[in-house]
Write a protein that binds this ligand. Structure first.
Ligand code: ADP
Length: 259
């Protein structure tokens, strides 16, 4: 009788991938994907070999943000070739489903899709694989951290109390799962009027810094609410690529330097 191979114990490493960093948020719409793509491009600009896995099953936005489209090829029918743009090797759940199709998935399907993207994609040799997680604390987060060796998590939040409350839950989850929190990012921190230069704190300001200090984790950056950041992402070339020397790109370069 052929012996069944024993399941590997504990979280597994992906061959060739040195570090896995998860980008998380307590709720949607706070800029987790914007931070993920800009961070990936900023790391690539530093000369690091970077992969980005878009695991945001409910709203995969990395194909648009990184200017990638089409179906990934699978020449051998087993492994999947990743896409590549702006120096970043990427794969998205959005490239494996129809763009306009609502993804109504059950837990086991989500877990299967994540595992497939982690292990069947030919990631090649990477210094770091960034995983853009869905918002909240669900099956994808659990599967990722239990099945794979995640080196750390970055938690993105807006300064609003309600977003912070959710962010706290996320941080608590990573603590329970023994994933180190590398730091927090305050997104939509301030808004500087492009006409008059007046600085406004649309969602309040400093809330994430206070929270990070309370939790004893670093505040990695404060990213302004800025039209150029949104336009760049919508256009498929994140601000760290399209305007790498701009003040707006600086916050993302700061995160890349801190990691
Ligand atoms: P999440 O991944 O948390 O759901 P996204 O990164 O998709 O959030 O951001 C939601 C929307 O807000 C997108 O249209 C994005 O371009 C925009 N956005 C995010 N961060 C900023 C920012 N700092 N300035 C301007 N627009 C932003």
């Amino acid at each position: 009788k052929p012996q069944r191979k024993a399941e590997p114990q504990g979280p597994q490493k992906i061959p060739g991938v040195n570090h896995i960093i998860a980008i998380a948020s307590g709720k949607g719409g706070v800029g987790k994907s914007t931070v993920s793509s800009n961070l990936a491009c900023a790391l690539a600009a530093q000369g690091r070999r970077v992969g980005l896995l878009d695991a945001d099953v409910y709203g995969p936005s990395q194909p648009r943000m990184l200017g990638v489209s089409g179906r990934p090829a699978s020449p051998d029918g087993k492994t999947i070739l990743p896409m590549r743009n702006h120096g970043v090797t990427m794969m998205s759940i959005g490239l494996m489903t129809n763009e306009d199709q609502a993804v109504v998935w059950r837990g086991p399907m989500l877990m299967g899709a994540l595992q497939q993207m982690m292990t069947q994609v030919q990631w090649g040799a990477l210094d770091v694989l960034i995983v853009d997680l869905p918002p909240g604390t669900g099956d994808v987060q659990m599967t990722l951290t239990q099945k794979f060796h995640v080196d750390g998590a970055v938690v993105v939040s807006t300064p609003q109390d309600v977003a912070l409350l959710d962010a706290r839950k996320g941080i608590d989850m990573f603590k329970q799962l023994r994933v180190p929190i590398l730091g927090m990012v305050e997104n939509m921190s301030t808004h500087i009027c492009s006409k008059c230069g007046h600085e406004e704190h649309v969602f309040g300001h400093g809330g994430v810094a206070t929270e990070a200090a309370k939790l004893g984790v670093p505040l990695l950056a404060e990213v302004p609410l800025d039209l150029q950041i949104r336009l760049a992402s919508d256009g498929g070339a994140p601000i760290t690529v399209s305007q790498p020397d701009s003040a707006q790109a600086q916050a993302f370069h700061d995160i890349a330097k801190a990691l």
